[in-house]
Design a binder for this molecule. Structure first.
Ligand code: GRF
Length: 200
C-alpha cells in the first residue's frame, strides 16, 4: 500500500502524537514532527522513534505568516500529504491553510461546536454539561469550525474534576485521532459542503 507522508504539528506533551505513532497506521508515514516550543516532551517522543523534528520558534518571526513560511520551507522536502495538528497552539493564517487545502486536520477536546477555543474541558465542566468529548475536524480559517470528521462522547459525572475529565477526554482522543488519520490516508474521506462523508 502506498503511504501518505504525514506532518504532525505539536506544542507540548505530545500524547496524541504518541497515539498516532503507536497505532502503526499502514497507510501513513509520519515523515516529520513540527514543533513551535523548545524543550517539550513531544520532541523527545518523536526522537525516540527516529522521526525528524523541525523546531520553528514563533518568537523568532515578526508575523504569523513569516513563521508559517518558514515551516513550509522546512517541510517542503518531505512531500507532505496530510498535516495533523495534535495540540499545536497556534492559529493558522489563510496562507498556510490555502497551502494545504483540505489536508489539515485538528483534534479538539470538546464536542464542537460547543466550547471552541482554549480550556474546553474546564468550560464544559463549568457549564454543567452531562456529556462532552472530542472532535477531529478539517481546519478552516474560522477557529475550531471546520467540517467534522469524527466525534467521541465522554460522560461527565458529578464527581469529575478538570483533571479526571481531561483524562477521560484524552483516552478518547488517543483512539480517535489515529482513526481519523487512517481514514484520511486510506482515501476514505470526502467533502459534501461542510459534511464529511466516510466511505467503507
Ligand atoms: C489535546 O487535548 C488536544 O485536544 C488539544 O491539545 C491537547 C494536546 O495534548 N488540541 P497532547 O500534546 O497531545 O498531549
Amino acid at each position: 500500500m502506498s503511504k501518505i507522508n504525514v506532518a504532525v504539528f505539536v506544542s507540548g506533551g505530545g500524547t496524541n502524537l504518541q497515539a498516532v505513532i503507536d497505532s502503526g497506521i499502514e497507510s501513513a508515514n509520519i515523515a516529520v514532527v513540527v514543533c513551535d516550543t523548545p524543550g517539550v516532551m513531544a520532541i523527545e517522543r518523536a526522537r525516540n522513534h527516529g522521526i525528524p523534528v523541525e523546531l520553528v520558534n514563533s518568537g523568532d518571526f515578526e508575523s504569523r505568516e513569516e513563521f508559517e513560511r518558514q515551516i513550509v520551507a522546512k517541510i517542503a522536502r518531505y512531500d507532505i500529504g496530510l498535516v495533523v495538528l495534535a495540540g499545536f497552539m497556534r492559529i493558522l493564517t489563510p496562507y498556510f491553510i490555502g497551502r494545504f487545502a483540505n489536508r489539515i486536520i485538528n483534534i479538539h477536546p470538546s464536542l464542537l461546536p460547543s466550547f471552541p477555543g482554549t480550556n474546553s474541558v474546564r468550560q464544559a465542566l463549568d457549564y454543567g454539561v452531562k456529556q462532552t468529548g472530542c472532535t477531529v475536524h478539517f481546519v478552516r480559517e474560522e477557529v475550531d469550525a471546520g467540517p467534522i470528521i469524527l466525534q467521541a462522547v465522554v460522560p461527565v459525572t458529578e464527581e469529575d474534576t478538570e483533571e479526571t475529565l481531561l483524562e477521560k477526554v484524552h483516552t478518547e482522543e488517543h483512539r480517535m485521532l489515529p482513526e481519523a488519520v487512517r481514514l484520511f490516508c486510506e482515501g476514505r474521506l470526502s467533502l459534501s459542503g461542510r459534511k464529511v462523508l466516510i466511505s467503507s
